[in-house]
Design a protein around this ligand. Structure first.
Ligand code: AHR
Length: 487
């Protein structure tokens, strides 16, 4: 039995809605086919964006979308992606399969996608192979409302009004694909580039410095020491892996347990990076942005190498729920998180195959957890049995909870055991409870997922919740992710 106690009358800070952010890179079939098919496609689209995918994504309530990379960002020259499509430059996507990138999806198309999705854009600029001038001009092109060469160019390309851009990343993984730099060197470059990331009119940028890869505390320390006053956010990338058998679908309990243990490790990472940030930024002004996270399995056999196409199962769903609970609980410092990636790449909520589309188990987790966006974090005391497999031991039940603006208390929970259900009681202190309802996502097997042939067999069902005064009781099935809403 797991026992939870929640002080519903002691709300804490707001959980930034951007913890439920997404990431779309020019990689494999994420942008092309997954999101954008062009106006002349047989696949139904609005201004080139697939209608089925956009409609599904709207229900997931994406707050912010990061683009154009990833590693691609530090090879991207934005001027190649504007103007008449027939004259846009074709280039090689050097990191991802060496395919031809025809630049038919560029700045204007990205803003159109964000408009359709109703989300904020997060643009990642190029430090690795770009110039300060190129970055400055991109920001001017997007946001300047006045007489200037870039504002004129934008108007010539059919857009008079500037767009609003808040989130702007100055480089990506500059310790790796973005230039293999050392932290001191990147910190200096960050200071230089970010100086010319200007605020035009009332557009105010939230400037984001490239942060560490998992485990690199030195990078965080140097960046905070040398460049903290110049940044609003610092990123962290954390992917979860299996060491030996890395198949997305053909795995047993050993790989289930190993993968969840690796994912749970992000909590220690966040705590340690936060401690360093607290030293240099005690006011908690700078956000820690986990702008790439998720499960990284082997590519699906028979697919193009470098496209990072993987199937998605109940294991990925539990991994997502576990990670999002951790982000919620550490949302004082963690201000954004972007699962990688939106469609057809890594731990994607949506997969497509030509005109077919399917929502993955991960999609449903993000959709169920959307209740936490902009809600106030509630502290939950959790007594849970362990889930043990071999030498791996993890808390069996993972929880986070929040208070929504309309007074509802929402709990999201995962049962990490693939074999055993768990009864949960939850005492809600300081709230007169009138009704409670739940939804749960589970499946008959650890590796069950949704596919194009059989359709969506893994999707949320109703979870019976009983109420006894202010105590709720329910049972989490084995390998499940749930949301319980109390009014
Ligand atoms: O998400 C795939 C890649 O992973 C990104 O391009 C890069 O930033 C990271 O290494």
């Amino acid at each position: 039995m797991a026992i939870l106690t929640i002080n519903a009358d002691q709300p804490q800070h707001t959980i930034n809605r951007n913890l439920y952010g997404q990431f779309a890179e020019h990689l494999g079939r994420c942008i092309y086919e997954g999101l954008y098919v062009g106006e002349n496609s047989q696949i139904p689209n609005r201004n080139g964006m697939r209608t089925d995918v956009v409609e599904a994504l709207k229900q997931m309530k994406i707050p912010v979308l990061r683009w154009p990379g990833g590693c691609f960002a530090d090879t991207y020259h934005w001027k190649d992606g504007i103007g008449p499509k027939e004259s846009r430059k074709k280039m090689i996507n050097v990191h991802w399969g060496g395919m031809v990138e025809d630049n038919s999806f560029g700045t204007h198309e990205f803003f159109e996608l964000c408009r359709q999705l109703g989300c904020e854009p997060y643009i990642n600029g190029n430090v690795g192979s770009g110039t300060v001038q190129e970055m400055q001009e991109w920001i001017e092109y997007m946001t300047f409302d006045g007489v200037s060469p870039m504002a004129k160019l934008r108007e010539e390309n059919g857009r008079k009004e500037p767009w609003k851009v808040k989130y702007f990343g100055v480089g990506n993984e500059n310790w790796g694909c973005g230039g293999f730099m050392r932290p001191q060197y990147y910190a200096d470059l960050y200071r230089r580039f970010s100086t010319y990331c200007l605020n035009y009119g009332d557009n105010k940028l939230y400037k984001i410095a490239c942060g560490p890869n998992r485990g690199d505390y030195e990078w965080t320390r140097v960046l905070m020491r040398e460049a903290a006053p110049f940044m609003d956010g610092l990123t962290l990338h954390y992917y979860s892996y299996n060491k030996k058998n890395r198949s997305a679908t053909q795995f047993g309990e050993a790989e289930w347990a190993e993968m969840l243990k690796d994912a749970a490790g992000i909590e220690e990472e966040i705590v340690r990076h936060t401690a360093i940030m607290d030293e240099y930024d005690p006011q908690n002004r700078i956000g820690l942005l986990v702008d790439e996270w998720g499960a990284w399995h082997d590519e699906e056999p028979g697919t193009v190498r470098g496209f990072l196409y993987q199937r998605n199962t109940m294991r990925d769903a539990v991994l997502a729920g576990l990670s999002l609970n951790i982000f919620n609980r550490h949302s004082r410092r963690v201000q954004m998180a972007n699962i990688a990636q939106l469609v057809n790449v890594l731990q994607a909520p949506i997969l497509t195959d030509g005109a077919k589309m399917v929502r993955t188990p991960t999609y449903y987790v993000i959709e169920m957890y959307a209740v936490h966006q902009d809600a106030k974090l509630l502290d939950a005391a959790v007594q849970t049995p362990d889930y043990t497999f071999g030498e791996i031991t993890l808390p069996k039940v993972s929880v986070s909870s929040s208070l929504a603006e309309d007074g509802a208390v929402n709990l999201t929970l995962c049962n990490l055991s693939p074999n055993e259900s768990e009864s949960v009681t939850c005492e809600l202190r300081g709230k007169a409870v009138q009704e409670a309802a739940g939804r749960v996502l589970t499946a008959h097997a650890m590796n069950a997922g949704n596919d194009f042939e059989a359709g969506e067999t893994v999707k949320p069902m109703s979870l019976p919740v009983t109420l006894n005064e202010d105590v709720l009781s329910f049972t989490l099935p084995a390998k499940s992710v749930a949301v319980v809403t109390v009014r």
